[in-house]
Design a protein around this ligand. Sequence first.
Ligand code: GUN
Length: 313
Amino acid sequence: MNVSSARLLDGNRIAAEIRQSVTPGVAAFTSRHGRAPQLGIVLVGEDPASEIYVRNKVRAGSESGLLVDLQRLPATGTLDELLQLVRQLNASDGHDGILVQAPLPAAMGRSATQRVFDAIDPAKDVDGFHPTNVGRLVQGRAHLPPCTPSGVIEMLDRSGIAIARTHAVVIGRSDIVGKPMAMLLLQRDATVTVCHSKTPDLPSVARQADILVAAIGRAAFVTPDFVKPGATVIDVGINRVTDAAQVTSLFGAGAQRVADFQKRGSIVVGDVHPAVAEVAGALTPVPGGVGPLTIAVLLKNTLAAAEARAAEG
Ligand code: GUN
């Protein structure tokens, strides 16, 4: 049997490249202004996945020379308390970037996330989620592009994968990934299709893609029948799997990932099925693919926000 295997796109290596370009910029800002650029991160509650993401953001920021101010609110905190904290960070001269980790506790209500993103000063909105920044992104003049989609573009560029004149298919239409991803690909002259849970015959639409971005949030959803042979597949999914039978069925008995599962009781799996590696031309692993790039772009955006604020006087 002739089973080829996709080229793996190493997110850790590419993120390290980006961070190496951010660190000297942070040092230069710090010596010029007598203070480091500062990122305020707000974490509400104790969602286990958010705890890990935020810990990684704090560590990466500190390693790059940023000041990172982690502000925590209990899961029982109210939306008013959270909005008050955002207003304090907006008013603080020393804070250049503000990030409120999503998702927020369900008890805050359905519209809480949007209300919080609306409240962040657009000049400090390092996630790029404020409507003003979303508007700028749609017009192709984003100053602070959303971190995950921007990281995907960096990944493609730095891996020598052309975007212009390709057909890109994005599965998922979230405000955080799917929609901004589609905009960035469009600005780079891809022909873009956005699919979602109500798209008829999703595999046949996905199979048209030269670049397929999976951002659905369902473990191993994208199977080989979604993938044109040789396509580039970008896996944005971060799904914690706790079911032993599911892990064995995905990776096969004896696989390293199964051993990892047996040791820890859970593993993180992307939106792309492992068998896609036999069809795709290039593929991002999970973990170690898009995740590290999201953080690298966050650092880059924080420096950009600090420089723009300093230039404004
Ligand atoms: N939750 C998952 N991804 C993100 C992100 O990029 N920014 C924020 N604020 N929350 C998230």
